[in-house]
Design a protein around this ligand. Sequence first.
Ligand code: BTN
Length: 231
Amino acid sequence: MIGLPRHHFDSIGSTNACARELAAQGAAPGTIVTSAEQTDGRGRQGRAWSTPAGKALAWSAIVSLDGEVPGLFPLRAGLAACDAVEELGGGPAEVKWPNDVMLDGRKCAGVLVEGRPQDGWAVVGVGINLTIEPEEFPPEIRDRATSVGSGATLDAATEALNAALARWLAAPDREVLATLERRDHLAGREVSWEGGTGTASGIAPDGSLIVTSPDGTTHHLHAGEVHLTPA
Ligand code: BTN
């Protein structure tokens, strides 16, 4: 069960940072931290994540984890975010490997997993843009970002994420992989990374992105190691 206890804030630096502190102090798995605003929201690869007051949800859950963070783990969170976005009325959502949730080709949610598997826990952070208007996004991401749309409330989004993450954490790998195949935003698209360019051709059982280079070579890209750019 995910969602109890719930620590809710009108404004906070980062729900992930708060959840990590709680977890380090021994908070139980299932505990969530939510906020209607973040002043120091964190994205992947050191980027900032904007959560403007009342127009987006910042949600972080403490989950128990033994050993290494499995490669499929963040993708399970991505599928949970897709389900939540659809339940809120956002329309068909896709996972853009490794951590973006896309609506109509634009990013509406992001996932940041931060773990201390050696201590038996991880924090799954999800930010969902609910009712941010196009002109309210920072200019540098305006043409790539979107919101779920009117009527999406913080509480409804919280409930949807609680249920969806519990479901996807318990799902067998084969169901995760089959659903990722259906929701794979990058499939068939050209991608570039530090080591080359190629066509994305699926997600492997270890969570890596499979890319086929023009010369036919197959590459497995691992989320922590590569930075994708549009080809
Ligand atoms: C990304 O797309 O780079 C990941 C964004 C993750 C943002 C969420 S909002 C809730 C949680 N708290 C944070 O500081 N970050 C995550």
